[in-house]
Design a protein around this ligand. Structure first.
Ligand SMILES: *Cc1c(COP(=O)(O)O)cnc(C)c1O
Length: 239
């Protein structure tokens, strides 16, 4: 509120930003010969207060993403269960139980140990949780994610867990302005998805590709993304 009062003409509303983002998604789909309904928009709400998150939900957003378990606690309680919450940030094994009480999808599974811990807690809670395997397609040492060549083996293990359903693969594109390098990250993820599909394990025919953020979602859509994770294009720059 304070921000808007100080800069009345300088800030598009969250609803306008969402509508503009949806237009850009549709345009990228058109260029790629795809349909807009093939791409799900997940609004990434990290650092955003509940009041702003509510604006996004009023504007039609149904899936929200957070990258920290602790930060999500109050937001999930306040914004409630009318939306789905995805965890997109790194998950420590000692926070799995808490995460399962907040998130319906965990997009950041990058080790067998973490997957096993999720299985154990999901079984105890008599629930099934959807997970994505996070793959480090850029090779950047600062990034989480499993090495690409190890992803199919992890997928095979997860497919055998009764309380964990493999929902897809997730990656963060390389941090560079060179679009060819970013594009190759997304192509790598799609290649892995195809490889995992060919294993014919349970549920692997419908795997989502979670790739594309504010700076690169159009490239990701051209490369087959089915789920884009957008923060700044909707909420503005983070402090
Ligand atoms: C912050 C974040 C996003 C959104 O990033 P923007 O550049 O603000 O769109 C997407 N995915 C993950 C994993 C993030 O941490």
């Amino acid at each position: 509120m304070g921000y808007q009062a100080i800069f009345p003409d300088n800030k598009m509303s969250v609803a306008q930003n969402i509508s503009h983002t949806r237009e850009r998604i549709a345009a990228a789909c058109k260029r790629a010969g795809r349909q807009p309904h093939e791409v799900t928009l997940v609004a990434i709400t990290k650092t955003q207060p509940v009041s702003i998150i509510r604006e996004a939900v009023s504007a039609g957003i149904t899936i929200l993403g957070e990258n920290r378990v602790q930060e999500a606690v109050e937001k999930v309680r306040e914004v409630g269960a009318k939306v789905a919450w995805h965890l997109v940030g790194h998950l420590q094994t000692n926070k799995v139980k808490k995460a399962l009480s907040l998130f319906s999808v965990i997009q950041s599974v990058d080790s067998l140990r973490l997957a096993q811990e999720i299985q154990r807690h999901a079984e105890a809670a008599k629930q099934t949780v959807r997970v994505f395997i996070e793959v480090n397609t850029s090779g950047e040492s600062t990034k989480f994610g499993i090495e690409p060549k190890l992803a199919p083996e992890l997928a095979k293990h997860i497919a055998e867990f009764p309380n964990v359903r493999l929902g897809g693969l997730m990656t963060i594109g390389a941090l560079t302005t060179q679009t060819a390098i970013i594009r190759s990250c997304f192509q790598r993820l799609r290649g892995l998805r195809d490889e995992i599909r060919e294993m014919n394990a349970p549920f692997t025919d419908l795997l989502d590709l979670s790739m594309g953020m504010t700076d690169d979602f159009e490239i990701a859509i051209e490369e087959g993304s089915t789920l884009v994770r957008i923060g700044r294009a909707i909420f503005g720059e983070r402090n």
